[in-house]
Design a protein around this ligand. Structure first.
Ligand code: SAM
Length: 230
């Protein structure tokens, strides 16, 4: 499974950002910025963005943070990190190749852990998702913040149906057209409708050990930002 997902993202890396912006009509940029502004409340000097992809969230964080904060951008896909590295160099930002379920950091290292549009990818089943969230919890300092930006499920049934139909009709086809990869966007289209409504994801965060969990729904509930404290 892990190898399969790595392969999917290595195929998608080149056009990943463009396709995201097209499919969300640019809203993903606004949502990442919103989540980053939420995340900088964490304070402290060491922040981690997991499943960082092409580093968009990590870049926003490092710009908002200023020189004193060190931001680490971690992903298990070489090609995604290579795309991130092509961007303007920011001295307080570093990139590492790492599996998010086994992070190469000591317990209680970071003041902040963020993840954007990748929690779906660490959810082959609920047990593994909780194990990953526990891993994020492990590397946070006590009182550290966790911020999760992910697609969600609109609470109004008709909007949810329309959202799923939009995903079904556009993600595979447009993704394939723009990236040339059928499997990558077939997989992404599969992960969106099966992810949790916001309240259910909050209870999974609680199960993983987090406290003071809040969420904010975005654009009729198609995405959500969850925040939690260790
Ligand atoms: C949908 S992309 C999201 C990228 C970025 N966070 C964003 O906001 O666009 C998912 C990313 O998670 C990475 N990923 C998926 N599973 C992973 C795992 N188990 N460990 C580390 N990275 C993983 C993929 O390589 C990919 O770059």
């Amino acid at each position: 499974m892990r190898k399969g997902i790595q392969k999917i993202f290595s195929e998608a890396a080149e056009t990943y950002e463009l396709i995201n912006h097209v499919l969300t009509l640019g809203f993903d940029i606004l949502w990442r910025k919103k989540a980053a502004r939420e995340a900088v409340r964490a304070k402290g000097f060491l922040w981690l963005d997991v499943c960082s992809g092409t580093g968009e969230m990590a870049l926003y964080l490092s710009r908002l943070a200023g020189e004193k904060v060190k931001v680490v951008s971690a992903d298990f896909c070489h090609q995604m990190i290579a795309k991130a590295r092509e961007k303007r160099i920011i001295p307080n930002l570093s990139f590492i190749l790492a599996e998010s379920g086994q992070l190469p950091f000591a317990d209680r290292t970071f003041n902040l852990v963020t993840i954007s549009f990748a929690t779906r990818n660490i959810y082959p089943n609920k047990r593994e998702l909780v194990a990953h969230l526990k891993e994020f919890h492990r590397v946070l300092k006590p009182g550290g913040h966790f911020v999760n930006l992910e697609t969600s499920q609109p609470s109004i049934r008709i909007i949810q149906k329309f959202f799923h139909l939009y995903i079904k009709l556009t993600v595979k086809q447009l993704g394939f057209l723009l990236s040339g990869s059928k499997s990558a966007y077939r997989y992404l289209a599969y992960t969106i409708p099966r992810f949790f409504p916001p309240e259910e994801f909050s209870s999974i965060l609680r199960e993983a050990g987090f406290a003071r969990i809040t969420h904010r729904s975005l654009f009729l509930g198609v995405s959500a930002i969850h925040t939690a404290i260790k």
